[in-house]
Design a protein around this ligand. Structure first.
Ligand code: GLN
Length: 484
């Protein structure tokens, strides 16, 4: 039962082959059995089982939706009423959220069960889950390697089938890169598609929540619940939510796939290149055509992001002052000292690095040289995509330049860590939807992800393109040894 997708579990619940209480208990048992992965920060069996009982009652009354009774793990960046919500930080290590994020409220409204809160890089800053105050997460495919980040706990949880599905958030790659490193389907929706209300802010103009699942079909089911206009998020877009599941079955004949030449050059590991090329060959067999495109400003995406994201973060994180939220230093002389000690003790090294970079970039005299210039560059990066989409329907390439790396391998070298997002970060800067799907394994048996980038609000097409590949291949059904 634990190997089933959300779509399959939904049918099992509908046919009464299993109850939500049984399913929830099954996954809670797996979470405690595989505690060493450190995928969860908080589990609360009583709360989850109460939701499961309510879901079973709702099904008995014939009022079920597709996700009613399905346990879903939530990244610990989403506020959930009455749940500890830490964002991976000591700063919020005692913060009990007093309200639900819109995404959480929508899952509850659909009758899904909140299975637990997953581990993550502190304030979603990282690519390996090693900046978490609660310790690193292990990758079930090889416990000596990282699961990717920042949604590493969600990735490990679904990859090891401790949860049938999870949510993540993606500011520069944090859904897609961990999905790639753990053999999952991970979708970053278009900016504005999913409400950010109650999703703890890192870089507000880039952050988007989305599903991390076993298949594109499951991603369609979850996105259908998460997506949609929210009055409480002024950047959420008031557009209809299509039936993502209904769009999955379109044939791919005539699909034009753009292959950016910049995504297949230096820095890409040979094993990843090989798997991605094989996946593209499979798409040709399915009736697609390929065309070379160029994204000439790609190499500037990381420097651009590392001005804008820290600038926004330095502003967003100024609210953690020891007065209103969570942690406060135990000893201090006066108010200013309390602020300083609280922030010195409450934030980890990577978060402090971002706050300092961001504050510097925004300071008078430097604003024009850094922030404004990065904003202009962001526009050029978005234009590169607009031009590419004149000759293709979707863009494909690797999600991550390498497969999972060893724990600790990049911890002392932030720039090499930042390069993990070289193929994903520009998608956030342009506000586009991007998805990673399993596309084979490297020589060591570690998963490789194929990234598919779509037009703005083109999630239907993206999920359709991913689903058709998953009908023809079975990479996404493979499980790590020891968890099967
Ligand atoms: N790895 C990138 C960073 O550290 C992106 C993180 C994310 O998408 N949340 O900022």
């Amino acid at each position: 039962m634990f190997k089933k997708t959300v779509a399959e579990l939904s049918r099992a619940l509908a046919s009464k082959a299993v109850s939500s209480v049984e399913l929830t208990q099954l996954f809670l048992d797996r979470i405690s059995k595989y505690r060493d992965l450190n995928a969860f920060i908080t589990v609360d069996p009583e709360k989850s089982l109460a939701q499961a009982r309510a879901a079973d009652a709702r099904r008995a009354k014939g009022e079920a939706a597709a996700l009613t009774g399905i346990p879903v793990a939530q990244k610990d960046i989403f506020c959930a009423d009455g749940w500890l919500t830490t964002c991976g930080s000591k700063m919020l290590s005692s913060f009990i959220a007093p309200y639900d994020a819109t995404a959480i409220a929508r899952f509850s409204g659909a009758g899904a069960v909140l299975l637990g809160k997953t581990n993550m890089d502190e304030f979603a800053m990282g690519s390996s889950n090693e900046t978490s105050h609660f310790g690193p997460v292990r990758n079930p495919w090889d416990p000596t390697t990282v699961p990717g980040g920042s949604s590493g706990g969600s990735a490990a949880a679904v990859a090891a089938r401790l949860a049938p599905a999870a949510t993540g958030t993606d500011t520069g790659g944090s859904i897609r890169q961990p999905a790639a490193l753990t053999n999952l389907t991970g979708l970053k929706p278009s900016y504005g598609r999913v409400s950010r209300y109650g999703m703890i802010a890192f870089a507000s103009s880039l952050d988007q929540g989305g599903p991390m699942t076993q298949s594109a079909e499951d991603a369609a089911l979850l996105l259908g619940v998460m997506a949609g206009f929210d009055q409480r998020d002024s950047t959420s877009v008031d557009a209809p939510v299509p039936d993502f599941v209904a769009a999955l079955d379109h044939p791919l004949k005539g699909l034009r796939i753009g292959l950016p030449k910049e995504y297949f050059g230096d820095g890409l590991s040979a094993d990843v290149a090989k798997a991605v090329e094989a996946a593209i060959a499979e798409y040709r067999k399915l009736g697609a055509q390929t065309v070379e495109v160029s994204l000439p400003n790609s190499s500037l995406a990381i420097p651009c992001y590392y001005v804008l994201a820290p600038a926004e973060a330095s502003s967003n994180l100024s609210r953690y002052d020891g007065v209103r939220y969570g942690f406060r230093a135990a000893e201090y002389k006066d108010l200013i000292d309390m602020y300083c000690k609280t922030r010195a003790q409450g934030f980890g090294a990577e978060v402090k690095r971002r706050i300092m970079i961001g504050t510097y970039a925004l300071s008078a005299g430097y604003y024009d040289a850094y922030y404004l210039k990065a904003q202009r560059l962001r526009r050029l990066i978005a234009q590169d995509f607009e031009q590419a989409f004149e000759v293709c329907d979707v863009i494909m390439g690797p999600t991550s330049p390498t497969t999972a790396f060893k724990l600790g391998a990049k911890s002392d070298d932030p720039v090499s860590m930042y390069l993990s997002d070289i193929y994903t970060i520009s998608v956030n800067l342009a506000g586009l939807p991007g998805l990673s799907i399993p596309a084979g394994f490297d020589g060591k048996g570690l998963p490789v992800g194929l990234q598919i980038i779509g037009r703005y609000f083109g999630e239907e097409r993206l999920l359709n393109v991913a689903h058709q590949y998953q009908q023809a291949t079975d990479w996404h059904r493979r499980l790590p040894k020891g968890f099967d």
